[in-house]
Design a protein around this ligand. Structure first.
Ligand code: DGT
Ligand code: MG
Length: 241
């Protein structure tokens, strides 16, 4: 595939049918490989913004471009190949770890699955389970710990190898060692990929090329970390909190 991962939102407005909530007049552009951190209070429109990128919802006004192509002209299937997601509730199925990693890349060999697991710092815990890659994840991954679920989701995204990545950082605390492993895995995944992250960790926000602070569907502040911190606005007060 030829997608490089330049993404732009041009005057994007979206409202949910009955409530009128959504996102209002969003404008930004990012280059391939850059990271955007989306921050803001609950209900701000962060998830909605990410859903628009995947055509879960369609803008009422404006347009979203990937490498200059309006995504309303791109099939959802082809969009799913370009955009990988790693969410808090990792989207695991009650199947083996192997088939959970393979989602979206059913053609991958077991060797590829193992490589992806290694890159996601998941190989060790999988090997430690008596059934290894055949271990069944349980309903919604319930047989695995939060940190294990996250790393399987990361391995899945590694295997999919898409140019654009969407991360919803976990708010739930992992133990320090697991946290470190998950962070290493995510850093590996982020390299060379355009990344959108709904950021809860200060370290992620600090690393971002662009920080978008949203509230009530509007972008209230946008810029580099230092720039926003200096401005002394909403983002700066969040940092002081
Ligand atoms: P979070 O995840 O709690 O930090 O909040 P955000 O920033 O992800 O908020 P988001 O995008 O889920 O919701 C933005 C607004 O849109 C909020 O007022 C709730 C509303 N909303 C979200 N999903 C739906 C939906 O499916 N239908 C309707 N009618 N409203 C929705
Ligand atoms: Mg959300």
């Amino acid at each position: 595939q030829n997608v490089k991962g330049r993404v732009s939102f041009e005057d994007v407005t979206f409202h949910f049918e009955n409530s009128g909530q959504g996102v209002e007049n969003v404008n930004f552009a990012i280059e391939p490989g850059q990271t955007v951190a989306i921050v803001g209070p609950t209900g701000a429109g962060k998830t909605t913004l990410i859903n628009l990128l995947q055509r879960v919802q369609e803008p009422n006004e404006g347009r979203i471009l990937i490498d200059g192509v309006d995504i309303s002209n791109v099939t959802r299937k082809s969009l799913r190949q370009s955009v990988a997601t790693v969410f808090q509730d990792a989207g695991l199925f009650n199947r083996s770890i192997e088939s959970n990693i393979r989602v979206g890349r059913e053609d991958a060999s077991l060797g590829d699955v193992r490589d992806a697991a290694s890159a996601a710092s998941a190989a060790d815990f999988i090997a430690a389970k008596s059934d290894g890659y055949e271990t069944v994840a349980g309903e919604r991954g319930g047989q695995l710990s939060g940190g294990e679920r996250q790393r399987i989701a990361i391995a899945r995204a590694m295997l999919k190898d898409s140019p654009i990545l969407v991360l919803d950082e976990a708010t739930s605390a992992l133990d320090v060692e697991t946290e470190e492993k998950v962070k290493t895995a995510i850093d590996g995944l982020r390299s060379n990929r355009t990344t959108f992250v709904i950021a809860h960790r200060l370290s992620t926000v600090r690393d971002a090329d662009l920080v978008i602070f949203m509230d009530r569907g509007k972008v209230v502040e946008m810029g580099g970390f230092d720039e926003l911190a200096r401005q002394g606005g909403r983002f700066a007060s969040l940092l002081r909190a």
